[in-house]
Design a protein around this ligand. Structure first.
Ligand SMILES: [Zn+2]
Ligand SMILES: [Zn+2]
Length: 324
C-alpha cells in the first residue's frame, strides 16, 4: 500500500513494488517520520512537485533488492533515506561542496517518491547507515529534523545563548546538541503552550516561553523552525549586536516589514536549504555521542492523515513517525 496526496488529504492506493534502477536500492520501509515539509507538499505550497507523489523523506528501511551496480549496502542491511535524493555532480554548486543547492537536485517525497509506503527506492549514494543504538522509529526523525536542525545549528556559529523558535521535531534535537556543546538554549513556543515549554526544559533548554516574549537575556543567535514569517523581526529583536537569525524551514509565510534598527549593528538573517552528504556523515557520527534521544509518537501507515493533522495543530511532542 502507498499513500499519496488528494486534496489536503492522502488517499490510499495499491501499487506494485517498485524495481530499483541502476545504482538504486529497494527498501522495505520500517519507519518514516513526518516532517512539516510533508504538509507543505500536500498543501501545494511548494512549486513543481512530482504528481502524484508519495510523500515522506525520513525513511528507515531494510534493503531487499539492489539495482545494477549498487554495491554499497547488503541485502538485509538497515539504511536511512534523507530529503536529498540525487544531485547532478557537475553543476557549480556540486563541484564546490554545496550539493544542497544543486541545480538539478531531486528530493525524496517531493520530486521523487518517498516513504509513506511499504516499499521505497533510493539512490544508494545518498543514503546513510543509522547508528545501531536507535530503533527504526527513533532513527527516522534524525533524517530530516536531525539533519536540517544540525545544518541550521552549525550555521549559528558558536553562540553562548541560542534561541529556538517553534519547538517541534528539529528543535527537540537541536536543544540536546546545544547542551552537549555547553551552549544555553532558549525555547520559544506557540502562545500558552505550557506543555511544549515544559518539554523543552526537560530536554535541556535553560529557559522556555511564548514566542512573543523577549528572553531574559539577549541571544547571540536564533533559529526559526516555525513556518511563520512574523517570527523574523521577533527573533531579530531577541538577538544582540552581531547576532544571526537562521530560518530553517523550506517555506514560510511572508515576513512583515520591520524597522532597519532591528537589523542594524551587523545582525544578519539567512536561510538553510536541504543538506549535503557531508552534513549526514558528521551528524550521524555525533548523534550517538551526545547521545541524542528522539521522542517519537508512532502511527500505523493507514493513520497518516490523522498524524499529519496532529502535526498541523501542534499536538505532536517530538516527532510523529509512520510505521507500516
Ligand atoms: Zn523534512
Ligand atoms: Zn549539481
Amino acid at each position: 500500500m502507498i499513500l499519496r496526496p488528494c486534496r489536503r488529504d492522502l488517499e490510499s492506493v495499491e501499487l506494485p513494488v517498485p524495481e530499483p534502477g541502476p545504482g538504486q536500492i529497494l527498501l522495505q520501509v520500517r519507519a518514516c517520520a513526518i516532517c512539516r515539509t510533508d504538509l507543505h507538499v500536500i498543501d501545494g505550497e511548494l512549486s513543481n512537485p512530482k504528481l502524484p507523489i508519495i510523500p515522506g523523506h525520513e525513511i528507515v528501511g531494510v534493503v531487499t533488492q539492489t539495482g545494477i551496480g549498487a554495491e554499497r549496502f547488503q541485502i538485509g542491511e538497515r539504511v536511512g533515506v534523507p530529503w536529498l535524493g540525487w544531485t547532478c555532480g557537475i553543476c557549480e554548486y556540486c563541484r564546490t561542496g554545496r550539493e544542497n543547492l544543486c541545480e538539478q537536485a531531486r528530493f525524496t517525497g517531493y520530486t521523487w517518491d518517498g516513504g509513506y509506503a511499504e516499499y521505497a527506492v533510493a539512490d544508494e549514494r545518498y543514503c546513510f547507515r543509522i547508528p545501531e543504538s536507535y530503533s527504526d522509529a527513533e532513527g527516522a526523525p534524525l533524517l530530516c529534523a536531525g539533519l536540517i536542525g544540525f545544518r541550521s545549528y552549525a550555521r549559528t556559529g558558536d553562540p553562548k545563548r541560542l534561541g529556538v523558535y517553534g519547538f517541534g521535531a528539529a528543535a527537540h534535537i537541536v536543544v540536546q546538541v546545544a547542551k552537549f556543546h555547553g551552549r544555553q538554549s532558549y525555547a520559544f513556543t506557540r502562545r500558552g503552550d505550557l506543555e511544549g515549554q515544559q518539554f523543552a526544559r526537560r530536554l535541556g533548554a535553560v529557559w522556555a516561553g511564548d514566542s512573543a516574549t523577549l528572553p531574559p537575556e539577549p541571544l547571540e543567535a536564533a533559529i526559526i523552525f516555525a513556518p511563520a514569517g512574523e517570527l523574523v523581526p521577533v527573533a531579530l529583536r531577541a538577538v544582540r549586536k552581531g547576532g544571526i537569525v537562521v530560518c530553517g524551514g523550506i517555506h514560510m509565510s511572508d515576513i512583515p516589514s520591520f524597522p532597519y534598527d532591528l537589523l542594524w549593528h551587523e545582525r544578519s538573517v539567512c536561510s538553510i536549504a536541504n543538506l549535503t552528504r557531508r552534513d549526514g556523515e558528521e551528524f550521524f557520527a555525533l548523534a550517538p555521542r551526545v547521545p541524542i534521544r528522539t521522542v517519537v509518537q508512532t502511527f500505523p501507515l493507514v493513520e497518516a492523515n490523522k498524524a499529519l493533522n496532529h502535526l498541523r495543530t501542534g499536538k505532536i511532542k517530538g516527532a510523529a513517525v509512520l510505521v507500516p
